[in-house]
Write a protein that binds this ligand. Sequence first.
Ligand code: ARG
Length: 452
Amino acid sequence: GETVVRRERFAGGPARSFLSSMAFDDRLFAADLAVDRAHVVMLAEQGIVDAGDAGAILDALDEIEDAGFDALPDGEDVHEAIETAVIERVGAAGGRMHTARSRNDEVATCLRYEYRETLLGAIETTVAAREALCEVAEAERETVMPGYTHLQPAQPTTVAHWALSYEAALARDTERLFDAYARTNRSPLGAAAFAGTPFDVDRERVAELLGFDAVLDNSMDAVSSRDFLVEGSAAFAGLATTLSGLAEDLVVFANKGLVELDDDYASTSSIMPQKKNPDTLELVRSTAGDAYGGLTGLLTTLKGLPRAYNRDLQNASPHAWRVADDAIEATDVAAGAVATAEWPASDLEDAAGEGFSTATGVADLLAMCGLPFRTAHEIVAEAAERGADYDALDAACEDVYGEGIEALVEREAVEAALDPAESVASRDSAGGPAPEAVAETLAAALDGCATD
Ligand code: ARG
């Protein structure tokens, strides 16, 4: 009686759909059922609700779960709708479910419960993407390719070294998702509206039943805080940034004929029959923009909110869901594009030598023969102007150093330094592109994937 009358008075009238979060609350359906169950079990264990009523409420929750979100009665949000559905089944005693809690601690708990799943799913997806990059590294350990700075040919490297550069970045993105998970995994329940409750609740027990690591102690903080969503969304924005670089590289490589994308990850033109465009990767690249927009939307929604609960918070979480879902999907697509791409070894090796990309290696060789690096740099720069081959180096050496290059080093060593594959093989410092160095990086990367 009483409950229904009050709900009718505050049903929202013309603002009803504006007030409602039902349009995006299906995301919290499973979480709310779990939170309701844990709360009711604790209430029964503490003797706050008797076992008979608790059992009836738990049975009703099972039925509600089976019927699904779409079968819920009308309500301002999923929390209210589930409570109404419980009361419909149990009668007035169903109203005991909401003893010693508020929707404020309820929704905060549901959000953390659901976001935890989202973060775990994201971690699995990033690990799968890292494994795909490791497989490329394994297969293309000796595949020489051009490396770029400023999009200009810079030094030869290998496809494996390139792939593992993104694996390393994604490993840190994964770490940030784990960090966000750790601070998400705390229970607000028992904070009630913000000011606690006179009932003898066991907050630790509810946290344990829901698999949270800890309780958020201060009850005002527990209902007010959404920084776990900020932290997670920032991690997703970072992940999307990594992916945007990966996608851009593949777009550029495809443009230069350095990689062949699988048809599944390309698209054609409705008018130009010859086209094969890297559309999926362009969309992956664009995800970063959406992620920054979502993170900014979330932060802007939270900025300046007073303690304790304010309804603005209802519009905070959809930003976080969108950012997460988009970044996870983009990770999955990028991983698929990487796993199915073909690397044309001989085109890559030809391109690797373009633009005198071995110049640094030649300068390194001259410096290893005793010249100050700056002098060596000058000789090679001069040679670059004159044709970038052995004869040009010899002439440049004469000019700058006063003697021909054979005074410093054997011709064979110079020719080797001019060869892209030899150049790569010589750069065997830790983390470098030489196949033995890459093998060590790869082994560590595979270890990291296995433990994450
Ligand atoms: N759907 C609401 C939200 O997401 C639930 C909390 C409503 N609480 C209140 N005091 N009006 O925040």
